[in-house]
Design a protein around this ligand. Structure first.
Ligand SMILES: Nc1ncnc2c1ncn2[C@@H]1O[C@H](COP(=O)(O)OP(=O)(O)OP(=O)(O)O)[C@@H](O)[C@H]1O
Ligand SMILES: [Mg+2]
Length: 293
């Protein structure tokens, strides 16, 4: 029986064996944690969170997708029926449930989701007066969990929910839509990341910038991509996610694009992105080991 703190009432009701462990026996380790963040709306955060997580599972990683957006698109996009939820990330943030008590299986082997609920929209205000308001998520996800990666889908705002994600994360992945205003507001995100690094989470870094919804028939996409590469250099992943209608259809079936139509260009791009992200992970780990030696 797992020993969870008494303040998690749900934790008493189940044993660790019955909990969802992403289809794999629990071998506890400390997962790497990514935040997918950009305060701009509709740039592909959720699509990236779902499909990157799925592609990582396809190469044997155990992944938990944490939905921090009250809109709940990552939850519904993975087939969660939000109306039937008893508990969600809201309860986790307010100490009413342990993270493993809200986790659900998905149709993707190895991929679990910690769903959001509409209550999260009130969390922003409730957190303002809460103790350790910036650290709530970090406290909840700290330590060993049966995943290799936790991927957090952030809301389109630099609010306290996003701040909690940045305080918790090891790395931030920033999706940028290939459109005219792509870079607008980005300095604000970068400054926020720097502030979080200074005050709360010294280890936080930008893992990379993902160019999304690239339309090769449109010159503007190419111009924006060049601009972003000039600005962020090697931080921009080589893989570019094309605009692809199959990608936008998939969530209405509660499936990742990679499961809905693995051959479509968008799904293929996310598979390439995952291998690039994991390659970068290996390089970053090597650098960390070298600088620690
Ligand atoms: N590569 C793509 N090709 C076509 N449509 C896409 C692609 N990526 C995302 N979309 C569509 O664009 C819309 C916005 O994408 P998504 O929900 O992933 O963005 P978001 O940044 O999470 O939005 P929000 O800020 O509202 O949370 C969705 O309708 C999605 O299906
Ligand atoms: Mg979203």
């Amino acid at each position: 029986m797992a020993q969870y703190p008494a303040r998690y009432p749900l934790a008493k009701k189940t044993t660790r064996d019955k909990r969802n462990t992403g289809g794999t026996v629990t071998t506890s380790g400390v997962p790497r944690i990514f935040a997918i963040a950009n305060q701009k709306g509709g740039v592909g955060k959720t699509t990236t969170a779902i499909n990157l997580a799925t592609a990582m599972c396809a190469v044997g990683k155990r992944v938990l997708l944490v939905d921090l957006d009250p809109q709940g698109n990552a939850s519904t996009g993975l087939g969660v029926r939000r109306s039937s939820l008893k508990h969600s990330m809201y309860d986790v943030l307010f100490g009413e449930a342990h993270i493993m008590d809200v986790v659900q299986d998905t149709k993707v082997p190895g991929l679990s989701v910690a769903p959001s609920s509409v209550h999260l929209s009130g969390a922003e205000i409730e957190l303002v007066t809460a103790d350790r308001r910036e650290h709530r998520l970090r406290d909840a996800l700290r330590g060993a969990l049966p995943y290799d990666y936790i991927i957090m889908d952030c809301p389109p705002s630099l609010n306290l929910l996003t701040l909690n994600a940045l305080v918790t994360a090891d790395s931030v992945l920033v999706p940028l839509q290939c459109e005219f205003y792509a870079l607008e507001g980005l300095s604000h995100l970068v400054k926020t990341i720097e502030r979080v690094r200074r005050h709360y989470n010294a280890g936080l870094d930008i893992h990379g910038v993902i160019l999304t919804m690239y339309d090769r028939r449109n010159n503007l996409s190419g111009m924006v991509a060049n601009d972003v590469r000039a600005h962020f250099g090697d931080k921009v992943y080589k893989t570019v996610i094309p605009r692809n209608v199959r990608v936008s259809e998939a969530p209405s079936f509660g499936l990742p694009a990679i499961v809905y139509d693995m051959r479509c260009p968008g799904a293929q791009a996310y598979i390439h992105l995952a291998s690039e992200v994991l390659r970068r992970e290996r390089q970053m780990m090597k650098q960390r080991q070298e600088s620690a030696a």
